[in-house]
Design a protein around this ligand. Structure first.
Ligand code: HEC
Ligand code: HEC
Length: 556
């Protein structure tokens, strides 16, 4: 090569590198915030509180798949409820299970509720599954208006949904008339249906789902608004992916679906503060979630990295989307004007009694770095089941024995290991099976969060900022307290039983109404894991001061 050619080659490489860099920063990081993103708007009868997303972005995030594959998509669309000839997917039925009805759009061609997605596999099969927004979107009814809360408290009854899908599949096979109607609906979308093959496929899926639900059986039902995410993740990886039935542990410590505004700005996340939130932490956590929520992974058939259904690049987009969210503001026009004097009286009480643990947030600062205060669970005094389940006991490593923790580095697995180490190993194996996608996802979602100082004993609960808390009942990690007013009462005076799933705002006690409706389930604080004790802060205030504090909390 001549000197001139060297030069041209050098410039060509330089220009290509620059172009790639520009591509990353313009394309991958493009934050297309629309002008209405921070304004309250009403569209198709739903009010949105200007939390940072435009309509297009909201729709995209509500239906973007992370690789969840529960059931053949066309079966879900054609399936009837058991005991009725109504479709399972009808809004009324899914609203009963806590889902939020949504409009048809290019992201949601069949008009399914928020978070019920379609995912395609390499063989061209289409699957129905859930995505983040199913568990992280709230909706309230305030003065006859429907108010969507982006990144808010979901009220879905996850296990009831699973149970009823399974039940519907079984009755479809068992009842000839139901079967005929199901097949004729499928025939409207697919040209020919091979009935024998279809029967076989559905039977196989029923067996798989039955096995999965037996592994995850619990004594206390989760009800609306809760799920034991960690318990289900540990079982998905240590029992199902590793094929070791003895690793089964009952996922019986459900937690309330946490709100996601500000979550991606925190130094540490999860109720028990177990997950540092500096990259690649969030990507790993989200990939793990995908595995728990009907993601598929092949660990046993591979030695180094593990192919999975995780839509890694989508995770980067989704995480970036949540980073943009801000807390919803109390809608004074719907829920009542705040009393300025009362509010400033409450602000002083907050500074004395709450601020040391629940810091304030400047939502205007797009790159805010937030710190959660991590409190020993014994000290806050709330139910211990979540922290105990997380920390106690290990699992058999099976096929992982002798492999490095961090794929090619670090110590090696012996016959037993902590369940968290196993989950992290498998998750990184899934991410590194697609290094380019993982790299793109990291660039897309990268946020410079603070490092968390975590002690080795993880029996903690975290106190995060409580802005927007008015919209995210019920309260505490296990959802055991229905309103903020109740939380500010001594534990013995808090409601012992109440219904969860009612979407009507209680603007006086601040939280949701607790009356039974057809969309609710009973919460009983006397059951294991459901204790409403602890967090006795501000509980000795006279009622007048309690109401002042409540007024200030509404304004956060
Ligand atoms: C099936 C329901 C479900 C789905 C789907 C789901 N999550 Fe969650 N998520 C939960 C639950 C439950 C927790 C609380 C876990 C705990 O701490 O015990 C949680 C916790 C979190 C947290 C921690 C918040 C905090 O303040 O500590 C973040 C962040 C989060 N999820 C983001 C996501 C993202 C992003 C997705 C999609 C990639 C997702 N979740 C999908 C149920 C879900
Ligand atoms: C010593 C630290 C500490 C103090 C002081 C404190 N909190 Fe908390 N708070 C926590 C912790 C830890 C949690 C999570 C506990 C759990 O979920 O089990 C929490 C949870 C909450 C929640 C529920 C959050 C949710 O998403 O469900 C609210 C509301 C709350 N606190 C309000 C207050 C108010 C109001 C005050 C002042 C009167 C206060 N806290 C004082 C530590 C504190």
């Amino acid at each position: 090569m001549t000197k001139k050619n060297y030069h041209s080659a050098f410039y060509l490489i330089l220009v290509s590198v620059l172009l790639i860099a520009v591509f990353f920063f313009l394309h991958l990081r493009s934050d297309s915030t629309s002008p209405d993103a921070y304004q309250t708007i009403t569209q198709d009868g739903i009010t949105y509180l200007g939390q940072g997303w435009g309509m297009g972005e909201r729709q995209k995030l509500a239906f973007m798949s992370f690789g969840s594959r529960m059931l053949d998509y066309s079966w879900f669309i054609a399936l009837e409820k058991s005991g009725s000839d109504k479709l399972f997917r009808d809004n009324k039925n899914l609203e009963r299970l806590g889902f939020i009805a949504d409009s048809r759009s290019s992201y949601n061609p069949d008009g399914l509720p928020v978070g019920i997605t379609q995912d395609s596999d390499a063989d061209g099969n289409s699957w129905v599954g859930l995505t983040c927004s199913a568990c992280h979107t709230g909706q309230l009814s305030i003065a006859d208006k429907i108010v969507r809360v982006d990144g808010g408290q979901s009220l879905i009854n996850y296990t009831q949904f699973e149970t009823e899908v399974l039940e519907s599949l079984k009755t479809t096979l068992a009842q000839p008339e139901k079967w005929d109607r199901f097949v004729s609906r499928l025939e409207q979308t697919k040209k020919t249906v091979n009935k024998n093959l279809l029967k076989e496929q559905i039977s196989t899926r029923i067996k798989q789902l039955e096995q999965r639900y037996a592994i995850n059986a619990t004594d206390v039902a989760y009800g609306h608004g809760r799920l034991d995410a960690f318990g289900q993740i540990f079982n998905a990886v240590t029992v199902e992916a590793l094929g070791i039935p003895e690793n089964k542990r009952s996922p019986d410590a459900p937690t309330s679906y946490p709100v996601l505004w500000d979550a991606s700005h925190l130094d540490v996340v999860q109720w028990n503060a177990s997950a540092p939130n500096k990259e690649p932490g969030p990507l790993a956590q989200n990939a793990t979630t995908a595995l728990a929520v009907y993601g598929t992974i092949d660990v046993l058939g591979h030695t180094q990295t593990y192919p999975s259904s995780i839509q890694i690049e989508n995770l980067g987009y989704i995480q970036r989307g949540f980073y943009k969210l801000i807390a919803p503001k109390w809608p004074e026009d719907l829920a009542g004007k705040l009393d300025t004097n009362l509010k400033s009286q409450g602000e002083k009480i907050y500074q004395q009694q709450c601020l040391q643990c629940h810091s304030l947030v400047d939502s205007q600062d797009a790159k805010r770095q937030l710190t959660a205060v991590v409190v020993p669970a014994q000290e806050v005094g709330t139910d211990m089941r979540v922290v105990n389940n997380f920390s106690d006991g290990g699992a058999k490593t099976g096929a992982l024995e002798g492999k490095h923790f961090a794929l090619w580095f670090g110590g090696k697995f012996t016959a037993e290991a902590s369940r968290l180490d196993i989950v992290m190993h498998v998750t990184f194996g899934a991410l590194l099976a697609h290094p380019w996608d993982s790299f793109c996802a990291l660039i897309k979602e990268y946020a410079d969060n603070k490092s968390a100082m975590l002690a080795s004993d993880v029996r903690y609960y975290k106190a995060r900022p409580i802005n927007g808390i008015w919209s995210s009942a019920p309260y505490l990690h296990n959802g055991s307290v229905p309103t903020v007013h109740d939380l500010l009462l001594p534990a013995a005076q808090r409601p012992k039983q109440f219904f969860v799933g009612n979407r009507e705002l209680d603007s006086v006690r601040v939280g949701n109404q607790i009356a039974e409706t057809e969309n609710t389930s009973l919460f009983d604080t006397s059951l294991l894991g459901n204790s409403n004790a602890g967090h006795e802060y501000g509980t000795q205030l006279p009622e007048s001061e309690r109401l002042a504090l409540l007024e200030y909390i509404k304004s956060l």
